[in-house]
Design a protein around this ligand. Structure first.
Ligand code: BTN
Length: 335
């Protein structure tokens, strides 16, 4: 695998050769046709084929029949996404990195420079992946490390709803695509059998009354299977649960397509249905919980979330606390 591959790709100007071969996967396309269609010499075709081979594509070639993709590398390349995922808003531009510090950092910079709504930033590996509350996020090869740039017509106080929407999209995509019961732990962790398989970090640039852009960072432990000592009891990957490697591209497509559907729906119908789905997937509601927030810690029962995504916790004195940020844990032996 090429360790330094960086691609900035626009759906309207894809790598045409790769798109053609992917759309005809398993079938030969003659060198002559490629050279004629794209107006390049046969030598230029051959050079481009070799570049694809360097990226890890297994391409059969025959002087009589031409070229045929036998196998794609396990990379979330823009052309793979465009040829496999059915998307309209998301992925019009894709920034792809084999290695980056953090896709959220890159996405914020790109958004600041004017990247359009739906731009995706994807990395095979992050060396400074960031989690909530200034935590690090371990991001080795095999995971799905993704940031989505959105420019919603929302008030800043409504932006947490986008995190909720993303959590629902990821949990449902894991359920339908991988056939594993994924749950949501407030505010935005996706859990399988109580262990974290995905985290979401939403960051925003806003004026008082308008959002400039939102970056939704999604980290899914897909095929990465070795966690550090501190994480191994609380984190898990889909590969570990499933007992075999999962198809990252298919899962990514499912996540993006659900996210796009919900985003469009929210624009026309609001977030009501998304919140209801979130509640049905949430492991905290109705449970005794410990809340740790910047204002201190307390215990109570999680009774609901409100329309802004705040967790409503009934304290022992009967008061309802509205928790907007912090950590929630289920109380031992009480779940
Ligand atoms: C959490 O603490 O649960 C949130 C983790 C979010 C991790 C993802 S990985 C892709 C994106 N880039 C980052 O640096 N962080 C998010």
């Amino acid at each position: 695998m090429n360790e330094n591959l960086t691609l900035v790709s626009n759906k309207s100007q894809p790598n045409e050769l790769l798109m053609l071969l992917l759309e005809n996967r398993g079938r030969y396309i003659s060198g002559e046709k490629i050279s004629k269609d794209f107006g390049i010499s046969r030598t230029a075709v051959w050079k481009q084929i070799n570049t694809l081979r360097e990226w890890g594509y297994k391409i059969k070639s025959s002087s009589r029949l031409g070229y045929c993709i036998e196998e794609s590398p396990d990379l979330l390349l823009p052309e793979e996404i465009w040829s496999s995922c059915d998307l309209s808003i998301l992925g019009s531009e894709i920034y792809y990195y084999s290695l980056i510090d953090s896709t959220n950092n890159a996405a914020k910079k790109i958004a600041q420079e004017g990247a359009p709504e739906g731009t995706l930033v994807i990395a095979e590996r992050q060396n400074r992946g960031r989690g909530r509350i200034e935590r690090q996020w371990q991001s080795p090869l095999g995971g799905i490390w993704l940031s989505v740039i959105l420019r919603p017509y929302l008030l800043p106080q409504d932006a947490p709803k986008l995190t909720i929407m993303t959590a629902v999209a990821v949990a449902e995509a894991i359920r339908s695509e991988i056939e594993i019961e994924a749950d949501i732990k407030w505010p935005n962790d996706i859990l399988i059998h109580g262990k974290k398989v995905c985290g979401i970090l939403t960051e925003m640039s806003a004026e008082l009354d308008a959002v400039n852009y939102v970056v939704i960072g999604v980290g899914i432990n897909a095929n990465n299977d070795s966690f550090s000592e501190e994480l191994k009891d609380i984190a898990v990957s889909l590969k570990e649960v499933k007992g075999q490697k999962i198809n990252r591209l298919k899962l990514l497509c499912a996540v993006l397509s659900k996210l796009e559907d919900y985003y469009e729906k929210a624009e026309t119908e609001g977030f009501y249905e998304i919140l209801e789905r979130w509640k049905s997937l949430c492991v905290n509601l109705g449970k005794k919980v410990n809340i740790k927030s910047i204002n201190g810690s307390f215990e109570g029962t999680a009774v609901d979330i409100d329309e802004f995504g705040a967790l409503l916790v009934k304290k022992q004195d009967g008061d309802i606390a509205r928790v907007l940020s912090g950590d929630v844990s289920l109380r031992q032996n009480e779940d």
